[in-house]
Each structure stands twice: as C-alpha cells, then as structure tokens.
Design a protein around this ligand. Structure first.
Ligand SMILES: Cc1ncc(COP(=O)(O)O)c(C=O)c1O
Length: 440
C-alpha cells in the first residue's frame, strides 16, 4: 500500500465557493462537480492536468474522451496558431470544410454525406430529426444508460412496466416529447425483437452507443449489434451509431470498423476536434439530402464548421491516418496492462470487482456480477467506487469522478505514467477494500 501524496486543496475550495455563486453548482457541466470540491485546473500538458493548488494529476478523464493525443498537443496547436492569423469565423464556406468532410467520409465509408456541428448534443439531435424527416415516422429507440447528449428526445428513461412510454429524466421536458422515445435494456435481443414485432413499422431510428461509455464501460454481447443491424434493415428503420466516444478511439474507423458493421447514420465528436469543439452527423446520401438547403429538414449553426475547430480536427485526422498502425496497438496494450493490474490488485485485496477494457477505454465496477446492462452496472458498490476515486486523486491520478463513466488513455501517457498509476491503483483498491458495502 502506498501513502497518499496530496494533502491540500485550499485554493480549489476557495475557487469552488466563488464559482457556486455565479455558476449553478459551481460548474459548466454537472459531472465536473464532486464532493467535497473538484480541483480547479490551472493548465495542462501531455498526460497531466496541473491544478490551481499546485498539484499534478495523471489524467485518465482526458476531457471525457476528447483528447486522444493528450493535452496541448504541439502539432495541433501549431496548426491552429496558423489558422488564428487568418481569422476565427467567416460566416461563409471554406475549402477546408469540404476537405475535412471528405477525409471523415473516407475514414467512415458509411458516411456518404455529413454536416459539421459544434457538439455531440447537436449532432445526435439533428441526426434524429433527419431520420424522422426521411422516414416520416415519429418513434425512436434508445437503450437504458446510453447517453446521446442533453436534449429532450434522449433524456429519457424507461417508464415502469410498459416499454412504450419513455419518462423524462429532467424537469422541463414535456412528457409528450418523450412518449416517442422507447427505452430498452442494452444487449437485450429479446426486448428488441418484441418491440419491433409490436411497432417496428413506426420506428424512425434506433440510436445506440456501439460500446456503452456512459454506463461505466459496457461491451456489446452475443451479436447484439449485428442483430440490431439486421432488424432495423428489415423494418426500414434508420440505425444511428452514436460514435461520439468510440469514433477514432476504438479504431481510426470507429466501432463500425472495429465490429465490421455499417450503420445508416453516424454521429462523431470528441476526438474529432483534437481538443476543440466540433462534431458531425452524417450517413447515407438519400437521408442526408433531406437537410436544408438541399431538403426540408432544418438545421443551422453560426459556428458550424468554424475554421479553428476544423483545422484542429483536420490535423488530428491526418496524423491518425499516417500513424494509426503505431498508435492504436500501443494504446490497446497500455490499456490492457492497466486492466490486468486492476484485476490482480482487486484479487489481492479481496474486493469483488469486474474490470472491462476495449482499445483505450477501461473501467472497474465493484460488484461480483458481470456487467452487461444498466441493471447489472447498478449493482456496483458506489461507496467503494468513491473511496477508489478519492484515493486515486490523493495519489495524483484523476479519473472521471462517477462510476457510470469511462477512463481514457491517450498517446501522451508514458510508461512512467503507467507505473505511477499502477502504484496509485494499489492504494485505491486497498481504500476500496476498507469500505464496507453500501446498504443503499
Ligand atoms: C456517446 C455520446 N453522445 C453524445 C454526447 C454529447 O456530446 P457533447 O457533450 O459534445 O454535447 C456524449 C457526451 O459525453 C456522448 O458520450
């Protein structure tokens, strides 16, 4: 067991108190707030975040998966600096937007046409509208635990009993909206089959995270994705792969390349922007041709395709295209090493744990049950997770503060970082082993 290294958080406490007076909950996105207070960031470079208190943290949050190359990557920054001299926003088209879109389409052949937008939320919102415009149908299917952004159609959980009525997960969302969203358990072929038999002809789209990164880390099982592909094809329903996390992370060509499946539409974000805000939605030409001004499905955006984000995105995709054969195997190996360390340490301290990894994503659940959907994910002991998280932070390792998130590696994580992290895992698993199971 290693000793905790980080003691003081005075400056962050002070900054958090000040922030709470002007920002709801003191943050600009809810998952950033945690007890007793988040550490505030001063700057970041490579694999590390440097806090306002003067502490360094090896970062496995990586802006919730957005930073495949780590923080402040020099090549991306240099490209952006050049673009800044030429202007930041034009309100008129550029050749770069077309080049960038062509490159995305080359890497994702299922994306025959696309639109650049600013965030993942925008991408999924517009993708869903496009599927409804194209099919003339109202209903959509999503899976419990999959997150597709913070808009009304997808902030929905399953209603009690009947799968047909989705219930808003937030105040301010009319039930009339969510009644068109059917929520099914992830990995359940039976639930899908039953739903499609009943009302498949009314379903415009199924939207899915091909690997669930928002429920912890939940992997698709037993041909779930290929069954989904087959079923949606049979019913003329548009299959949307939400690859905002998995795109450029599972492989250069995303989950669709990794699992060799062709969705009708895809949403991309996070890694796509190389650390700058940009996202995309696209897919079959016959669907995308319905988007304004080519068609009648409305979508617009002042900052869409802005040259700064597009430059960053175009740069990262070019580097990835050149170096993919080095980058992805190395990330996968590093991630598998961290997973093995967690498995061994959990056994060593007699902690019930399930540890999952794929490509450069990993997560631990404190449960004896295999995790295949949200119901099993929720069997994880959240108090143990909190003890694990807090001790990692004390040791100088930052992971997303919630159980139902995923940890991400970047190309900036060095062998030294990994060794440091495995030492910290030791302390964190020991801390988790000392917490008795929550009775909640
Ligand atoms: C799978 C998935 N889709 C959509 C989103 C929303 O993206 P954004 O936060 O850029 O709006 C997220 C964000 O975490 C996500 O993980």
């Amino acid at each position: 067991m290693v000793e905790s290294k980080i003691e003081t958080k005075n400056k962050s406490q002070e900054l958090f108190e000040k922030a709470k007076k002007i920002l709801p909950g003191g943050v600009n996105s809810p998952v950033r707030a945690f007890d007793p207070n988040p550490f505030f960031v001063d700057h970041a470079k490579g694999s590390k975040l440097y806090g306002a208190d003067g502490n360094a943290y090896v970062d496995y949050c990586m802006a919730y998966g957005a930073l495949l190359f780590g923080h402040a990557n020099t090549e991306i920054l240099n490209a952006v600096k050049e673009q800044l001299k030429k202007g930041t926003l034009y309100g008129a088209p550029t050749a770069l937007e077309t080049d960038f879109a062509e490159l995305i389409s080359k890497l994702y052949p299922s994306v025959e046409m696309l639109r650049l937008v600013n965030s993942g939320t925008e991408a999924t919102m517009h993708a869903i509208r496009a599927t409804r415009g194209f099919t003339g149908r109202k209903k959509i299917v999503k899976f419990e635990g999959c997150f597709h952004g913070a808009h009304d159609n997808v902030l929905v959980k399953a209603g009690s009993g009947a799968a047909t009525f989705g219930v808003p997960t937030s105040l301010g969302i009319p039930e009339e909206t969510t009644q068109n969203t059917i929520v099914l358990p992830y990995n359940s072929r039976e639930a899908l089959e039953e739903t499609f038999k009943r009302e498949g002809n009314e379903i415009a789209a199924v939207i899915v995270e091909p690997v669930m990164g928002n429920g912890g880390l939940i992997l698709p099982q037993n041909g779930f994705l290929s069954y989904l592909r087959k079923l949606t094809q049979e019913y003329g329903t548009v299959l949307v792969f939400d690859e905002i996390i998995t795109g450029f992370r599972l492989a250069l060509g995303g989950a669709q390349d990794y699992f060799n499946l062709k969705p009708d539409m895809t949403t991309l974000g996070k890694v796509l922007g190389g650390g700058f805000p940009i996202a995309a939605y696209g897919g079959r030409k016959e669907i995308m041709q319905h988007i304004t001004p080519a068609g009648k499905v409305y979508q617009a955006g002042t900052f869409s395709g802005n040259p700064v984000s597009a430059t960053a995105g175009y740069t990262i995709l070019n580097i990835l295209s050149q170096k993919k054969n080095d980058i992805y195997p190395k990330l996968e190996k590093n991630c598998a090493d961290l997973k093995s360390a967690l498995v061994d340490l959990a056994a060593n301290y007699h902690v019930d744990a399930q540890v999952y990894n794929i490509a450069s994503m990993f997560q631990i659940f404190f449960t004896s049950q295999p995790v295949t959907d949200m119901a099993t994910a929720k069997t994880s002991d959240l108090q143990k997770f909190q003890a694990y998280f807090q001790e990692l932070l004390n040791q100088g390792v930052f992971i997303p503060p919630a159980q139902f998130e995923t940890c991400f590696l970047s190309t900036a994580h060095s062998d030294e970082d990994l060794k440091f992290t495995i030492k910290a895992f030791d302390g964190a698993l020991y801390a988790a082993s000392k917490k008795s199971r929550s009775t909640k």
